[in-house]
Ligand binder design. Structure first.
Ligand code: ADP
Ligand code: ZN
Length: 557
């Protein structure tokens, strides 16, 4: 398509080259910029690394166009703002920032610059907009001078309760359109399904915004789910040493302590790595991040505290040692791999017991009300379904979450499920595999009845779900034999199911509340999980009640 010519087009390309040293635009950048330069409200949905910043940074230094003055940028993270300000200053673009971190004197200097029309951009934290009178007055004066060029809401999903990172201060950002309706607003985000998108537009009061959505497909990423068990840590170490020598990676964990433990174990395997989490003091965190950024550390083992704002292009692998809590997080976190466009790997290690741990963390989270807990639990269930799926293209699944249609042919076998269906060379290990997976639905009503009988007969002895699974599958473990549980009528009644499938059956019964888990704190302060019969077990008495579950048959040739 030929480039549409506007009065500002020449200047735009000149400044793109001279200031940003970039020759051409990426998809949607030029269109978004032309729209804001026409004073329209703009909504930009672009994956992480897609180049959102340019959509407002380039307009901010334009002299032609319908607006002039200073661009106000609202961004949720101070560290992210600092990075942006530094990088803009290094490009000779006049930029400053305003946050609670500034001293009174710094603020005065910043506002003097602002109100003397000396700044192209000013970054402001959302809480300053909602709570600092000084800040509100400065913006108002800027507006009255006719110098409020446009307002940028970065990470705009923070304005939506339905986004993954809601921030109350973002709710108040609707004042911009209320007070200054003719000043154009640009909202940008990397994560929004249609629902969140509409919520953002509504909450910010955007006026019929020009909307740019870009495909979320990342075709240079390989997606894989592997079962998590006791071989996982040695396997990760092997991958890192053999497949990614001297290449950068991130490993995500769910808790501070598991980050620290995993980092220690990998260090013992002579892997250069450090942990990173919110419990560290800020200096330590910055230090670790810098070392990693400068390739002094190969692997960072982190909680989700690590992420927003990191900009390392050559991350070759992202491992999830614990499943993420939402598919949005999964997309964001895996999206940190391969920003330079080179082929990179995203491997998630999946276990039901991790899902259970995350469920408990959500249930115990004092910051969530009941409705939000249910919502988070639903999102976790989506992650579980994603990990459990052994047939559907991973890309198709992830993209459908963002309401994007995807034809799995376009995956070109760059996910585990697609590559299963063909004879292929495993991209990861080099071995040639010919296999296929078939889905079959089984009626598990009978085995469920056996499980319920078993649990009700021995729950007084305080048994765990995994112990009951072993009995049903007919294990002769010494613990079972010594307790005489190999003599129970139900022993071995589920021997046709493998360990993983039996675990899924129990999990399914727990979600149906046919079984229930409960915990007791022992004297060491650790909670153990025991299983008992749940309130819905009575449904099994109804002869027309049946339970079905999907299983997979792998056909390896
Ligand atoms: P996002 O905010 O969408 O995650 P950024 O704005 O940080 O992405 O951009 C990611 C990287 O891509 C940056 O290093 C940026 O300089 C680079 N970039 C952006 N637009 C272009 C372009 N048109 N051509 C080349 N590089 C670009
Ligand atoms: Zn695929």
């Amino acid at each position: 398509e030929p480039i549409k010519i506007y009065p500002w087009t020449d200047e735009l390309f000149a400044r793109l080259n001279n200031y940003f040293h970039i020759q051409s635009f990426r998809p949607n950048q030029l269109e978004a910029i032309n729209s804001t330069l026409q004073s329209k409200d703009v909504f930009v949905l672009m994956p992480t690394g897609g180049g959102k910043s340019l959509c407002y940074q380039l307009p901010a230094i334009m002299k032609s166009g319908t607006t002039h003055g200073t661009t106000v940028v609202i961004s949720p993270l101070i560290s992210l703002m600092q990075d942006q300000v530094e990088s803009l200053l290094s490009l000779n673009i006049k930029t400053s920032m305003f946050s609670s971190k500034n001293s009174a004197q710094q603020r005065k200097i910043t506002f003097d610059l602002l109100l003397n029309n000396k700044l192209n951009l000013i970054y402001i934290s959302p809480e300053m907009i909602s709570s600092s009178k000084q800040c509100q007055e400065a913006i108002h004066s800027l507006y009255q001078q006719g110098n409020l060029a446009r307002v940028v809401i970065d990470e705009a999903h923070c304005v939506s309760n339905w986004g993954h990172d809601f921030r109350p201060d973002y709710k108040k950002l609707n004042i911009f359109k209320q007070k200054y309706p003719e000043v154009p607003v640009i909202a940008l985000t990397a994560t929004a399904n249609e629902f969140v998108q509409n919520d953002i537009i509504k909450n910010l009061g955007l006026n019929n915004p020009a909307t740019f959505r870009q495909s979320f497909n990342r075709d240079n990423l390989y997606y894989q789910i592997l079962p998590k068990d006791k071989t996982t840590i040695p396997l990760m170490a092997k991958f890192i040493k053999e497949l990614f020598p001297n290449q950068t990676g991130i490993i995500y964990c769910h808790s501070k302590s598991s980050c620290e433990k995993l980092a220690t174990l990998l260090q013992k395997e002579n892997i250069s790595c450090q942990f990173y989490h919110a419990g560290m003091n800020q200096n330590d965190r910055i230090h670790v991040q810098k070392q990693w950024q400068n390739n002094q550390i190969q692997v960072i083992v982190a909680t989700i505290a690590f992420g927003m704002g990191i900009d390392k292009a050559d991350v070759r692998f992202v491992f999830h040692y614990t499943v993420p809590r939402t598919l949005e997080n999964y997309y964001q976190e895996t999206g940190r791999a391969g920003r330079d466009g080179k082929y990179s790997y995203c491997i998630t290690f999946y276990s039901l017991s991790d899902v259970r741990t995350l469920q408990k963390m959500i249930q115990r989270d004092k910051n969530l009300d009941k409705e939000n807990k249910l919502r988070h639990l639903d999102k976790l269930k989506e992650v579980m379904q994603y990990c459990d799926d052994k047939i559907t293209c991973r890309r198709k699944l992830v993209l459908s979450y963002f309401s994007e249609e995807f034809n799995s042919k376009d995956c070109h076998c760059n996910c585990d499920n697609c590559s299963k269906k063909t004879t292929s060379q495993s991209t990861l290990t080099g071995e040639t595999i010919t296999n296929d997976v078939e889905e079959e639905e089984k009626d598990i009503t009978d085995v469920t009845k056996q499980i319920v009988e078993l649990v009700s007969s021995i729950h007084n002895e305080k048994v765990t779900a995994s112990y009951c699974q072993d009995i049903i599958r007919g294990s002769k473990m010494s613990k079972i034999v010594q307790a005489g549980h190999d003599d129970l009528a139900q022993h071995g009644k589920g021997k046709d199911f493998n360990k993983a499938d039996m675990e899924r059956i129990f999990f399914h019964l727990i979600t149906l509340r046919i079984l229930q888990e409960y915990s007791i704190n022992n004297n060491m302060g650790f909670a153990s999980n025991y299983v008992k019969v749940g309130p819905n077990a009575k449904n099994l008495k109804n002869p027309s009640y049946s339970i079905h579950l999907k299983f997979y048959k792998e056909k390896r040739q």
